[in-house]
Design a protein around this ligand. Structure first.
Ligand code: PMP
Length: 361
Protein backbone atom coordinates (compact mmCIF):
# COMPACT_ATOMS: atom_id res chain seq x y z
CA UNK A 1 0.00 0.00 0.00
CA UNK A 2 1.32 3.44 -0.90
CA UNK A 3 0.39 5.93 1.81
CA UNK A 4 -0.82 9.31 0.64
CA UNK A 5 1.70 11.38 2.59
CA UNK A 6 1.84 15.05 1.56
CA UNK A 7 5.16 16.15 0.05
CA UNK A 8 5.76 18.82 2.70
CA UNK A 9 5.69 16.13 5.41
CA UNK A 10 8.03 13.82 3.48
CA UNK A 11 10.41 16.76 3.08
CA UNK A 12 10.94 17.20 6.86
CA UNK A 13 14.28 15.79 8.00
CA UNK A 14 13.75 13.71 11.11
CA UNK A 15 14.66 15.54 14.31
CA UNK A 16 17.18 13.44 16.16
CA UNK A 17 17.31 14.59 19.77
CA UNK A 18 20.22 13.53 21.99
CA UNK A 19 19.94 9.81 22.60
CA UNK A 20 19.22 8.61 26.12
CA UNK A 21 22.28 7.40 28.03
CA UNK A 22 20.96 3.87 28.23
CA UNK A 23 20.60 3.60 24.45
CA UNK A 24 24.15 4.79 23.82
CA UNK A 25 25.57 2.50 26.48
CA UNK A 26 23.73 -0.42 24.86
CA UNK A 27 24.87 0.50 21.34
CA UNK A 28 28.50 1.12 22.20
CA UNK A 29 28.92 -1.38 25.03
CA UNK A 30 30.10 1.35 27.41
CA UNK A 31 29.26 1.92 31.05
CA UNK A 32 29.33 4.86 33.43
CA UNK A 33 29.08 7.30 30.56
CA UNK A 34 28.26 10.95 31.05
CA UNK A 35 25.97 13.02 28.87
CA UNK A 36 26.61 16.67 28.16
CA UNK A 37 24.53 16.73 24.98
CA UNK A 38 20.98 17.83 25.79
CA UNK A 39 21.39 20.91 27.98
CA UNK A 40 19.87 19.14 30.96
CA UNK A 41 20.32 20.03 34.63
CA UNK A 42 23.09 17.82 36.05
CA UNK A 43 21.81 18.34 39.62
CA UNK A 44 18.65 16.40 38.80
CA UNK A 45 15.22 17.63 39.90
CA UNK A 46 14.58 19.73 42.99
CA UNK A 47 14.07 17.51 46.07
CA UNK A 48 10.78 19.32 46.65
CA UNK A 49 9.60 18.32 43.18
CA UNK A 50 10.54 14.71 43.92
CA UNK A 51 8.51 14.78 47.13
CA UNK A 52 5.53 16.19 45.25
CA UNK A 53 5.83 13.43 42.66
CA UNK A 54 5.88 10.87 45.47
CA UNK A 55 2.68 12.32 46.91
CA UNK A 56 1.07 12.30 43.46
CA UNK A 57 1.70 8.63 42.75
CA UNK A 58 -1.40 7.38 44.56
CA UNK A 59 -3.64 9.42 42.22
CA UNK A 60 -2.31 8.03 38.97
CA UNK A 61 -5.60 6.26 38.23
CA UNK A 62 -7.23 9.70 37.95
CA UNK A 63 -7.01 12.05 35.00
CA UNK A 64 -4.97 15.16 35.66
CA UNK A 65 -6.62 18.54 36.06
CA UNK A 66 -7.09 19.31 32.38
CA UNK A 67 -7.33 23.02 33.11
CA UNK A 68 -4.06 22.96 35.09
CA UNK A 69 -5.70 25.28 37.58
CA UNK A 70 -3.17 25.34 40.42
CA UNK A 71 -0.09 25.47 38.22
CA UNK A 72 -1.51 28.20 36.01
CA UNK A 73 -2.50 30.27 39.05
CA UNK A 74 0.98 29.91 40.46
CA UNK A 75 2.74 30.78 37.19
CA UNK A 76 0.49 33.82 36.90
CA UNK A 77 1.31 34.90 40.45
CA UNK A 78 5.06 34.41 40.06
CA UNK A 79 5.10 36.45 36.85
CA UNK A 80 2.58 39.03 38.01
CA UNK A 81 0.02 38.20 35.31
CA UNK A 82 -3.57 37.07 35.03
CA UNK A 83 -4.18 33.30 34.68
CA UNK A 84 -5.95 34.04 31.37
CA UNK A 85 -2.53 34.89 29.94
CA UNK A 86 -0.96 31.50 30.74
CA UNK A 87 -1.10 28.21 28.81
CA UNK A 88 0.77 25.14 30.06
CA UNK A 89 2.07 22.41 27.80
CA UNK A 90 3.70 19.01 27.60
CA UNK A 91 7.05 20.76 27.40
CA UNK A 92 7.36 24.08 25.60
CA UNK A 93 7.49 21.93 22.45
CA UNK A 94 3.76 21.43 22.99
CA UNK A 95 3.11 25.17 23.09
CA UNK A 96 5.05 25.60 19.83
CA UNK A 97 2.87 22.90 18.26
CA UNK A 98 -0.34 24.55 19.56
CA UNK A 99 0.73 27.95 18.24
CA UNK A 100 1.22 26.72 14.70
CA UNK A 101 -2.01 24.73 14.90
CA UNK A 102 -3.95 27.79 16.01
CA UNK A 103 -2.30 30.35 13.75
CA UNK A 104 -1.12 28.72 10.54
CA UNK A 105 -2.99 27.76 7.43
CA UNK A 106 -1.14 26.23 4.51
CA UNK A 107 0.67 28.93 2.58
CA UNK A 108 1.16 31.28 5.55
CA UNK A 109 4.75 32.22 6.28
CA UNK A 110 6.86 31.76 9.41
CA UNK A 111 10.21 33.48 10.01
CA UNK A 112 12.83 31.52 11.95
CA UNK A 113 16.49 32.18 12.76
CA UNK A 114 18.96 29.59 11.52
CA UNK A 115 20.59 27.79 13.17
CA UNK A 116 18.26 27.78 16.13
CA UNK A 117 15.97 25.36 17.91
CA UNK A 118 14.77 22.94 15.22
CA UNK A 119 11.19 22.53 16.40
CA UNK A 120 10.17 25.98 15.09
CA UNK A 121 10.98 24.91 11.57
CA UNK A 122 9.56 21.40 11.91
CA UNK A 123 6.27 22.46 13.50
CA UNK A 124 5.72 25.25 10.98
CA UNK A 125 6.57 23.04 8.01
CA UNK A 126 4.26 20.30 9.26
CA UNK A 127 1.43 22.83 9.43
CA UNK A 128 1.98 23.67 5.76
CA UNK A 129 3.70 27.02 6.33
CA UNK A 130 6.41 28.42 4.10
CA UNK A 131 9.43 28.83 6.37
CA UNK A 132 11.68 31.85 5.86
CA UNK A 133 15.03 30.93 7.39
CA UNK A 134 17.18 33.90 8.34
CA UNK A 135 20.89 33.19 8.91
CA UNK A 136 22.46 34.37 12.14
CA UNK A 137 24.76 37.37 11.99
CA UNK A 138 27.92 35.69 13.28
CA UNK A 139 26.47 33.67 16.16
CA UNK A 140 23.74 36.15 17.10
CA UNK A 141 20.21 36.57 15.82
CA UNK A 142 19.79 39.15 13.09
CA UNK A 143 16.53 40.75 14.18
CA UNK A 144 16.67 43.41 11.48
CA UNK A 145 17.03 40.83 8.73
CA UNK A 146 14.18 38.86 10.31
CA UNK A 147 11.91 41.90 10.32
CA UNK A 148 12.89 42.55 6.67
CA UNK A 149 11.43 39.16 5.74
CA UNK A 150 7.93 39.92 7.03
CA UNK A 151 5.19 39.99 4.40
CA UNK A 152 1.38 40.17 4.49
CA UNK A 153 1.40 36.37 4.72
CA UNK A 154 3.74 36.15 7.73
CA UNK A 155 1.95 34.89 10.83
CA UNK A 156 4.74 33.95 13.25
CA UNK A 157 8.33 34.91 14.02
CA UNK A 158 10.43 32.86 16.42
CA UNK A 159 13.12 34.52 18.52
CA UNK A 160 15.27 32.29 20.73
CA UNK A 161 16.80 34.15 23.67
CA UNK A 162 19.36 32.79 24.56
CA UNK A 163 19.69 31.08 21.20
CA UNK A 164 20.17 27.34 21.05
CA UNK A 165 22.80 26.26 19.87
CA UNK A 166 24.92 29.43 19.93
CA UNK A 167 24.20 30.70 23.48
CA UNK A 168 23.85 34.32 22.33
CA UNK A 169 21.30 36.82 23.64
CA UNK A 170 19.60 39.82 22.12
CA UNK A 171 19.63 43.22 23.76
CA UNK A 172 16.54 44.99 25.06
CA UNK A 173 17.18 47.84 22.63
CA UNK A 174 17.47 45.57 19.58
CA UNK A 175 14.29 43.79 20.61
CA UNK A 176 12.33 47.03 21.11
CA UNK A 177 13.44 48.28 17.68
CA UNK A 178 12.43 44.96 16.16
CA UNK A 179 8.98 45.00 17.78
CA UNK A 180 8.41 48.58 16.65
CA UNK A 181 8.92 47.51 13.03
CA UNK A 182 6.48 44.59 13.02
CA UNK A 183 2.91 44.85 11.82
CA UNK A 184 0.16 43.66 14.17
CA UNK A 185 -0.76 40.59 12.15
CA UNK A 186 2.55 38.91 13.10
CA UNK A 187 2.81 37.00 16.37
CA UNK A 188 6.30 37.10 17.87
CA UNK A 189 7.36 34.11 19.94
CA UNK A 190 10.24 34.70 22.35
CA UNK A 191 11.57 31.36 23.53
CA UNK A 192 13.18 31.79 26.96
CA UNK A 193 14.01 28.14 27.63
CA UNK A 194 17.44 29.13 29.01
CA UNK A 195 16.80 32.67 30.23
CA UNK A 196 17.51 31.83 33.88
CA UNK A 197 21.21 31.39 33.00
CA UNK A 198 21.69 34.70 31.16
CA UNK A 199 23.68 37.34 33.02
CA UNK A 200 24.64 39.89 30.37
CA UNK A 201 23.50 43.27 31.73
CA UNK A 202 22.12 44.49 28.38
CA UNK A 203 20.32 41.27 27.58
CA UNK A 204 16.56 41.13 27.09
CA UNK A 205 15.68 39.58 30.48
CA UNK A 206 12.19 38.69 29.37
CA UNK A 207 9.98 39.32 26.39
CA UNK A 208 6.88 39.55 28.60
CA UNK A 209 5.44 42.96 27.73
CA UNK A 210 3.73 45.30 30.16
CA UNK A 211 0.80 45.34 27.74
CA UNK A 212 -0.37 41.77 27.38
CA UNK A 213 -2.62 42.53 24.44
CA UNK A 214 0.42 42.81 22.14
CA UNK A 215 0.82 39.88 19.73
CA UNK A 216 3.72 38.38 21.65
CA UNK A 217 4.19 34.97 23.23
CA UNK A 218 6.88 34.18 25.80
CA UNK A 219 7.86 30.54 26.20
CA UNK A 220 9.35 29.10 29.37
CA UNK A 221 10.18 25.57 30.42
CA UNK A 222 10.76 23.46 33.51
CA UNK A 223 13.17 21.26 31.51
CA UNK A 224 16.38 23.23 32.03
CA UNK A 225 17.12 25.27 35.16
CA UNK A 226 14.30 23.46 37.03
CA UNK A 227 15.63 20.01 36.12
CA UNK A 228 12.34 18.40 35.04
CA UNK A 229 13.05 17.56 31.37
CA UNK A 230 11.74 14.00 31.71
CA UNK A 231 8.34 15.12 32.98
CA UNK A 232 7.66 17.45 30.05
CA UNK A 233 6.21 20.70 31.27
CA UNK A 234 6.52 24.22 29.94
CA UNK A 235 4.32 27.27 29.52
CA UNK A 236 3.52 30.20 27.31
CA UNK A 237 2.51 33.73 28.31
CA UNK A 238 0.37 35.49 25.74
CA UNK A 239 -2.67 37.69 25.12
CA UNK A 240 -5.82 36.16 26.62
CA UNK A 241 -7.47 35.91 23.20
CA UNK A 242 -4.62 33.81 21.84
CA UNK A 243 -4.50 31.68 25.02
CA UNK A 244 -8.19 30.97 24.44
CA UNK A 245 -7.41 29.73 20.93
CA UNK A 246 -4.66 27.45 22.22
CA UNK A 247 -7.07 25.98 24.76
CA UNK A 248 -9.34 25.09 21.84
CA UNK A 249 -6.69 23.15 19.94
CA UNK A 250 -4.68 21.55 22.74
CA UNK A 251 -5.13 18.01 23.99
CA UNK A 252 -7.54 18.09 26.94
CA UNK A 253 -5.05 16.50 29.38
CA UNK A 254 -1.82 17.70 27.86
CA UNK A 255 0.15 18.04 31.11
CA UNK A 256 0.19 14.96 33.29
CA UNK A 257 -0.57 15.10 37.00
CA UNK A 258 2.98 14.37 38.21
CA UNK A 259 4.35 17.09 35.96
CA UNK A 260 1.84 19.59 37.33
CA UNK A 261 2.63 18.65 40.94
CA UNK A 262 6.39 18.73 40.36
CA UNK A 263 6.33 22.07 38.53
CA UNK A 264 4.29 23.63 41.34
CA UNK A 265 6.80 22.42 43.93
CA UNK A 266 9.77 23.46 41.76
CA UNK A 267 8.48 27.03 41.65
CA UNK A 268 8.66 27.05 45.45
CA UNK A 269 12.26 25.85 45.56
CA UNK A 270 14.21 29.01 44.86
CA UNK A 271 17.33 27.65 46.57
CA UNK A 272 17.50 24.79 44.10
CA UNK A 273 17.06 27.13 41.17
CA UNK A 274 19.84 29.41 42.39
CA UNK A 275 22.09 26.41 43.03
CA UNK A 276 21.48 25.19 39.46
CA UNK A 277 22.34 28.59 38.03
CA UNK A 278 25.46 28.94 40.18
CA UNK A 279 26.64 25.48 39.15
CA UNK A 280 26.42 26.53 35.50
CA UNK A 281 28.22 29.84 36.00
CA UNK A 282 31.03 28.27 38.05
CA UNK A 283 31.32 25.33 35.65
CA UNK A 284 31.56 27.63 32.66
CA UNK A 285 34.47 29.57 34.18
CA UNK A 286 36.39 26.36 34.82
CA UNK A 287 35.63 24.91 31.39
CA UNK A 288 36.69 28.12 29.66
CA UNK A 289 39.99 28.05 31.59
CA UNK A 290 40.63 24.43 30.60
CA UNK A 291 39.82 25.10 26.95
CA UNK A 292 42.17 28.09 27.02
CA UNK A 293 44.86 25.79 28.35
CA UNK A 294 44.20 23.41 25.44
CA UNK A 295 44.31 26.33 23.00
CA UNK A 296 40.83 25.64 21.65
CA UNK A 297 38.47 28.22 20.21
CA UNK A 298 35.10 28.35 21.98
CA UNK A 299 32.24 30.82 22.21
CA UNK A 300 31.20 32.30 25.54
CA UNK A 301 27.59 31.70 26.34
CA UNK A 302 24.66 33.22 28.19
CA UNK A 303 23.19 29.77 28.65
CA UNK A 304 24.11 26.37 30.14
CA UNK A 305 25.70 25.13 26.89
CA UNK A 306 28.28 26.44 24.45
CA UNK A 307 30.02 25.75 21.16
CA UNK A 308 33.61 24.56 20.85
CA UNK A 309 35.59 24.50 17.61
CA UNK A 310 37.34 21.13 17.80
CA UNK A 311 39.38 21.69 14.63
CA UNK A 312 38.31 18.37 13.09
CA UNK A 313 35.05 16.86 11.81
CA UNK A 314 32.68 17.06 14.77
CA UNK A 315 30.97 13.77 13.86
CA UNK A 316 34.29 11.96 14.17
CA UNK A 317 35.11 13.65 17.46
CA UNK A 318 31.63 12.71 18.72
CA UNK A 319 32.37 9.02 18.02
CA UNK A 320 35.79 9.20 19.66
CA UNK A 321 34.34 10.88 22.74
CA UNK A 322 31.62 8.25 22.93
CA UNK A 323 34.23 5.55 23.16
CA UNK A 324 35.61 7.49 26.13
CA UNK A 325 32.12 7.41 27.65
CA UNK A 326 31.38 11.09 27.07
CA UNK A 327 28.39 12.12 25.02
CA UNK A 328 28.58 15.51 23.32
CA UNK A 329 26.55 16.96 20.44
CA UNK A 330 28.02 17.33 16.97
CA UNK A 331 26.91 20.55 15.31
CA UNK A 332 27.42 19.31 11.74
CA UNK A 333 23.71 19.16 10.99
CA UNK A 334 23.39 22.75 12.27
CA UNK A 335 25.89 23.92 9.65
CA UNK A 336 28.95 23.91 11.94
CA UNK A 337 30.93 20.86 10.78
CA UNK A 338 33.83 21.44 13.19
CA UNK A 339 31.89 22.49 16.27
CA UNK A 340 30.53 20.50 19.13
CA UNK A 341 28.02 21.74 21.71
CA UNK A 342 28.31 20.72 25.32
CA UNK A 343 26.31 21.67 28.37
CA UNK A 344 27.86 22.28 31.75
CA UNK A 345 27.77 19.20 33.96
CA UNK A 346 28.74 18.49 37.54
CA UNK A 347 32.34 19.38 38.41
CA UNK A 348 33.39 15.74 38.06
CA UNK A 349 31.63 15.44 34.70
CA UNK A 350 33.30 18.58 33.40
CA UNK A 351 36.67 17.15 34.46
CA UNK A 352 35.97 13.87 32.67
CA UNK A 353 34.95 15.77 29.57
CA UNK A 354 38.22 17.72 29.51
CA UNK A 355 40.29 14.56 30.12
CA UNK A 356 38.49 12.71 27.32
CA UNK A 357 38.83 15.67 24.97
CA UNK A 358 42.57 15.83 25.63
CA UNK A 359 42.99 12.21 24.63
CA UNK A 360 41.08 12.53 21.34
CA UNK A 361 42.32 15.88 20.01
N1 PMP B 1 13.25 25.80 23.23
C1 PMP B 1 14.56 25.60 23.17
C2 PMP B 1 15.44 26.72 22.73
C3 PMP B 1 15.12 24.36 23.52
O1 PMP B 1 16.43 24.17 23.42
C4 PMP B 1 14.26 23.32 23.94
C5 PMP B 1 14.75 21.97 24.36
N2 PMP B 1 15.82 21.47 23.75
C6 PMP B 1 12.90 23.59 23.97
C7 PMP B 1 12.42 24.84 23.62
C8 PMP B 1 11.90 22.55 24.33
O2 PMP B 1 11.93 22.30 25.67
P1 PMP B 1 10.80 21.48 26.40
O3 PMP B 1 9.85 20.97 25.36
O4 PMP B 1 11.52 20.41 27.11
O5 PMP B 1 10.13 22.47 27.31
Amino acid sequence: MKLMIPDHIRAISPYVPGKPLEELEREYGIRDSIKLASNENPLGPSPRALEAIGRGLSSLHRYPDGAGHDLIQKIARVNDLAPENVVIGNGSDDIIAMLVQALIRPGNRVVVPQPSFLMYDIAATAAGAVVDRVPLDGLGMDLEAMADRVTDDTRLIFVCNPNNPTGTVITRTAFDNFMARLPNHVVVVVDEAYIEFAKNADCLKTGIPADLTRPLVTLRTFSKAYGLAGLRVGYGIMPAELAGMLHRVRQPFNVNSLAQAAALAALDDRDFLLRSIRLVHDGLERLYAELDRLGLVYFKTESNFFLIDVGQPADELFEKMLRQGVIVRSMRSYGYPHYIRINVGLEEENRRFVQALETVL
